[in-house]
Design a protein around this ligand. Sequence first.
Ligand SMILES: C[S@@+](CC[C@H](N)C(=O)[O-])C[C@H]1O[C@@H](n2cnc3c(N)ncnc32)[C@H](O)[C@@H]1O
Length: 255
Amino acid sequence: MSQMDDNQAIASTSDPLPWGTLWGIGVGPGDADWLTLKGLRVLQSVPVVAMPQGHNGKPGMAYGIVKDFLSADQLLLPLSLPFVLDAHTLEQAWQAAAVQLVEVLQTGQDVAFIAEGDISFYSTFTYMAKYVHQLAPEVPIQPIPGICSPLAAAAALHMPLAIADETIAILPALYHVDDLIQALDWAEVVVLMKVSSVFPKVWAILAERQWLDRASLVEWVGGQQQTLFPTLHDLEHYQPPYFSILILRRTPYGF
Ligand SMILES: C[S@@+](CC[C@H](N)C(=O)[O-])C[C@H]1O[C@@H](n2cnc3c(N)ncnc32)[C@H](O)[C@@H]1O
């Protein structure tokens, strides 16, 4: 080894390892073919794949979508991110998950955090990125967008989500029925995420306005269990699953 090589070796043993990159990959809402080319390329290039853990302690929906693209030598890092509303519990879970991510990133390994749908649309990735950045501002963070569920649901229903000068209201979760009534007054298109828990109330409001034929429900869009209800007429006592989305178009438009 030359003198110069020797010096480089000494320097490299004392230098801290460069941080790994935290990738956020939106894997789409159900159909694995909806993963972007960039998402797939990065997903297959990283040594560690992190994901929200499902209710049963196993990797959740995002993992189910991309599992066939992963290889056996990639490490899976399921993170416990509970489905609760309590802000303190959530904060603690996000912090703990971010610590787990930082432990890997500081070894210089890249991590892809996969999330269902798009990673900037009501996604846990936002919190992961925030807390990782707080713990280790040096970590490069690279978000890769994905198809979000309202876009996929509109396509499944063969309708535009919005055209011309239409306005859209997206309600992430309906905690107060007044929010829906207000949105119905100004938006031509209303999208209700997480509609399952309030479906009977929503049904009653739409029935009262005689708009049951203008609203559609899409369950598990892109997945094997995908189910479409183009109108809500027969759904008075129906209980949709968590992965369902309602789209109301005041002016029906299909193709
Ligand atoms: C926490 S949000 C996640 C949104 C996701 N990041 C996206 O881009 O669509 C979860 C809600 O999104 C909707 N959703 C997500 N995936 C869905 C799917 N495959 N089919 C129907 N609705 C879905 C449901 O309303 C669900 O309650």
